[in-house]
Write a protein that binds this ligand. Structure first.
Ligand SMILES: [Zn+2]
Length: 172
């Protein structure tokens, strides 16, 4: 894809790791999908009491996404959607927070003992508290870390990963 090439080159010009930006962006899209599927709360509260809730949910998701969803993925999506409607707040969609990071935060490793910047190091986007541990994709949970500091941190903490097994989905 041509625009992927452009994205890679522009990231490299800035000294930012393209995969790290893309991972974060994909995470935002996945959260957006959960949020989109949580729109109809009345319907969800109605179906969740039924024994065939998953089957009903699957029908709606497949109609909406035009993909065939396997059981494991649909169960996980259902659980995330139910959790998001039980939370008292909506899950944040934070593309704007991602852009804010780029425009407001100096391209410099946030670890005080490091503080290096491109071109000496390649920058990664880091969730200060990993999303797997409840950290949000909001601005105040995002920072730049250099590759080295980020990898050192990742050994100790779980990295935010896309949980939908995208390779299992099939187009209608
Ligand atoms: Zn660093």
């Amino acid at each position: 894809m041509k625009n992927i090439k452009e994205f890679e080159t522009l990231s490299r010009l800035l000294g930012i790791d393209a995969d790290s930006v893309m991972d974060h962006f994909n995470w935002c899209l996945q959260e957006h999908l959960v949020s989109t599927m949580s729109d109809d709360r009345n319907w969800l509260n109605e179906i969740r009491t039924k024994p065939n809730a998953i089957a009903l949910f699957k029908d709606r998701v497949q109609n909406r996404t035009k993909y065939i969803w396997d059981h494991a993925n649909i169960v996980r999506l259902y659980e995330e959607v139910i959790r998001s409607i039980d939370d008292h707040y909506r899950k944040p969609i934070s593309y704007d927070d991602l852009l804010r990071l780029f425009t407001n935060v100096e391209l410099k490793c946030a670890k005080p003992s490091c503080g290096r910047r491109p071109p000496d190091v390649v920058m990664h986007i880091d969730h200060i508290l990993p999303t797997s541990k409840g950290g949000s994709s909001k601005y105040d949970n995002l920072q730049f870390l250099c590759q080295e500091c980020n990898l050192r941190k990742s050994n100790k903490k779980e990295i935010s990963k896309i949980w939908i097994k995208l390779e299992s989905l099939q187009l209608f």
